[in-house]
Design a protein around this ligand. Structure first.
Ligand code: IDP
Ligand code: MG
Length: 140
């Protein structure tokens, strides 16, 4: 019995484009379980904690601006290997390079913005997932 969990976000571009259902459909079709779900507009403080590793990078301020620009759908998913598995579903960070068949490859593109608008976030390790779940779902 695995209880590996990952933190998935449908970013403001994905929510605005009505892609939450499409993202969750792919998560469920893959076989992962939805453990928690919320729609909220994150604060800059919350995003500062979530993206602490990127502080100081050229895209950091545009990233926080973008991520706080509107509602996101936050989800905790569960299943053996789901951290790596969701990253595979999401595809490469740059949506221009992301392979067809992936969320970013099928649904994303470069819009010429300072930060890549790439529809989803997924935790990059089980340790990151634990840290991120505590930020987005402190009740879990
Ligand atoms: P990830 O979301 O694939 O894990 P990270 O390197 O953690 O990618 O970067 C976080 C987010 O910051 C990305 O999803 C993307 O929106 C944005 N980003 C990352 N690198 C760049 C860049 O070089 N230019 C513009 N935006 C970037
Ligand atoms: Mg990342």
């Amino acid at each position: 019995m695995s209880s590996e969990r990952s933190l998935v976000l449908v970013k403001p571009d994905g929510v605005a484009r009505r892609l939450t259902g499409e993202v969750l459909r792919r998560v469920e079709a893959k076989g992962y379980t939805l453990v928690a779900l919320a729609v909220l507009t994150p604060t800059r403080e919350q995003l500062g904690a979530h993206y602490a590793e990127h502080e100081g990078k050229p895209f950091y301020e545009p990233l926080v601006d973008f991520m706080s620009s509107g509602p996101v759908t936050a989800a905790v998913i569960e299943g053996e290997g789901c951290v790596r598995g969701f990253r595979a579903l999401a595809g490469a960070t740059n949506p221009t390079d992301a392979a067809p068949g992936t969320i970013r490859g099928d649904l994303g593109r470069d819009w010429g913005t300072a930060v890549q608008q790439n529809i989803v976030h997924g935790s990059d390790s089980p340790e990151s997932a634990a840290r991120e779940v505590a930020i987005w779902f402190p009740q879990l």
